[in-house]
Design a protein around this ligand. Structure first.
Ligand code: GAP
Length: 576
């Protein structure tokens, strides 16, 4: 694919001027890695989140939960973030700027920098210029920098906490309650949309790399032996652009493939991962990502977490940033539940009834309470409870009670071999995780929808946003602000608002100017009230992208616009 033009400055100029994105704390000089969403940006972001929920919450039926953004230390010890959630950092000896070592190496042509060790990066950086001041770095030490923001919980408290670096962990720690909520059945999914925090080393990529950002994550808990998706038919024939590991290593182009082919050929590990790749493509295109600039790239074995069975990134092509990851879709196996079970001591398993119960020989230990009572007195019950779980040897059984190790001779219990009927098994579910970065999605949508053309000799800037994510859904303009046109236009705007259509009323300036103002913020439809409106109760509706206009009855306008916005009515069906 041809390199797209770098339109970052144009997109951001429009985004700032029209109230989509502003630098955070601008009056104090701003701070890297944080942004404010202005009135139109906040509205668009919410609409993108709602579009995401329409897929995951409404269609997939995954209930949304909301956990705190501050988590206690054991959560992140178990998840591995305390030990391993770090990036390789280097400090420039000349300008003293802290830099991401792999990014500097990559910017200087070093291949595979993301997977390199600190020593290898130090070597690679020796002759590299600093990306901040341009001086050669020379002998520099590369070290790990943990990306979590930490805090203390409660005044004078010694309880350490962290701002969550992903929304996922709350869904793992809530697993036992979620399992009960879903009536102890697998598979089930749950989602969370909310803030995540990472103290990125040198965030210089606008909305792409933030220190505070919004994630939308789904955790789907599945039977470890059953990775066939129950609704795979929905996406089996869906075509997606895939760039597998082997193709990357051989420097080949991505291929277009149906999800069924991808699973049958073994390119994608299982139906679950394939299903969520296709669903992700569906969502991203529906919010305005250009399908020609969207691909799914499999993680190379050097980037993939050791426990992951498969991992794909949904990436979009940006003129400024190249291929940018918007979404990660991973089969995380039982890594997370196993880790939390280990640290919390709580069994994070699901009981799965067997279709056909089976008979099994089991060894049962029956404590002799008459003998244990006098010997262990008040501890006798605890000893007996530990004993039934023990694995006795020829010389007795060793159990731990209240921290004490006790050896119980074989004369104090009986071991019985029994045939028992097994009706079910405890399994630790595997997790399929599609994880989306909402801010990156917002940027991709802005960049991919930005267009310029010339209308009546003037430059027209348009955000070709799909109606479902456009912040303002309709503009209402009286042709002139007199003769009752202004009154009729206000009534029409009120009727649209009452129908839940977010409307801007604009009566100032030439009508062409008013159209341009709305085109620039992506408003898909403009309604003009003219003298004919007073005669026959019709208005003109103008479609943003084609600039075509049709006359529509004023009384049916709210329903017509609702159909256009929801995509159930085609503009072309409204007439010539
Ligand atoms: N639970 C898995 C997880 O968090 P990730 O790839 O680290 O995976 C998921 O993050 C998504 O979050 C990314 O695909 C990206 O869109 C977004 N993201 C990650 N770090 C970000 C940052 N510093 N700024 C903005 N978005 C970020």
């Amino acid at each position: 694919m041809a390199e797209p033009e770098d339109i970052y400055e144009k997109v951001m100029e429009l985004a700032k001027r029209r109230g989509f994105i502003w630098p955070s704390a601008e009056i104090y000089g701003g701070v890297a890695g944080f942004i404010d969403y202005g009135p139109l940006g906040a509205q668009m972001k919410r609409r993108i989140e709602e579009a995401w929920r329409a897929f995951y919450v409404i269609r997939e039926g995954f209930y949304e939960i909301e956990c705190p953004t501050v988590g206690i230390e054991p959560i992140f010890v178990a998840s591995g973030h305390v030990k391993g959630f770090s990036d390789k950092m280097v400090q420039c000896p000349h300008c003293e700027e802290y830099l991401r070592a792999d990014h500097v190496a990559a910017a200087n042509g070093c291949e595979g920098a993301a997977g390199m060790t600190a020593e290898a990066l130090s070597g690679a950086l020796r002759t590299s210029p600093c990306t901040a001041c341009g001086e050669e770095l020379g002998e520099v030490k590369v070290f790990d920098f943990n990306l979590m923001f930490n805090t203390w919980i409660g005044p004078g408290s010694q309880r350490k906490g962290y701002l969550r670096p992903e929304t996922a962990q709350g869904m793992f720690t809530d697993f036992p309650r979620l399992l009960r909520f879903y009536r102890d059945k697998l598979p089930f999914g749950t989602v969370q949309v909310g803030k995540a925090y990472r103290n990125e080393i040198s965030p210089r990529q606008g909305m792409i790399r933030l220190r505070e950002f919004t994630q939308a994550e789904a955790e789907i808990f599945v039977h470890p032996g059953g990775k066939k998706h129950p609704r795979f038919d929905r996406y089996a024939g869906y075509e997606v652009t895939l760039l597998g590991c082997a193709a990357q290593e051989a420097k080949e182009e991505p291929v277009r493939m149906t999800m069924r082919e991808a699973v049958e050929e073994g390119l994608v590990a299982n139906e679950y991962v394939a299903y969520y790749i296709a669903l992700t493509c569906d969502i991203l295109v529906s919010i305005g990502v250009d399908p020609a600039r969207l691909r799914f790239r499999q993680h190379l074995t050097t980037e993939r977490a050791h426990y992951a069975a498969d991992c794909w990134d949904g990436e979009v092509l940006s003129g400024r940033f190249g291929w940018v990851e918007l979404v990660g879709i991973a089969d995380r196996t039982d890594y997370d539940l196993k880790a939390h079970a280990g640290v919390s001591g709580v069994a994070l398993t699901a009981y799965i009834p067997l279709e056909i119960p089976r008979m099994e020989r089991r060894r049962r230990i029956i404590p002799d309470m008459k003998a244990l009572g006098p010997k262990f007195r008040e501890k006798a019950r605890a000893v007996a409870e530990a004993l039934v779980q023990a694995d006795p040897g020829p010389d007795g059984a060793t159990v731990t009670v209240d921290g004490d190790q006790i050896t119980i001779p074989a004369s104090l219990y009986e071991v019985r071999e029994e045939e028992v009927e097994v009706r079910g098994v405890e399994v630790m579910p595997h997790v399929i995780e599609p994880s989306y970065g909402i801010d990156r999605m917002c940027y991709a949508v802005l960049e991919h929808s930005y267009a310029e053309d010339t209308v009546e000799g003037e430059l027209r800037r348009t955000l070709r946003l799909p109606a479902r994510v456009a912040p303002v859904q309709a503009g209402v303009f009286p042709l002139v602000s007199r003769d009752g046109l202004d009154v009729a236009a206000r009534e029409i705007a009120d009727a649209l608002t009452a129908a839940g259509i977010f409307t801007e009323f604009d009566e100032s300036g030439a009508i062409g100017r008013r159209y341009r103002r709305q085109d620039e913020i992506g408003t898909p439809y403009a309604v003009t009230v003219d003298y004919q409106t007073l005669e026959d109760r019709t208005v003109t509706v103008r479609e943003r992208d084609s600039m075509a206009q049709v006359r529509v009855k004023r009384d049916t306008l709210p329903a017509t616009l609702r159909g256009l916005i929801d995509g159930t009515t085609a503009f072309s069906s409204l007439g010539p």
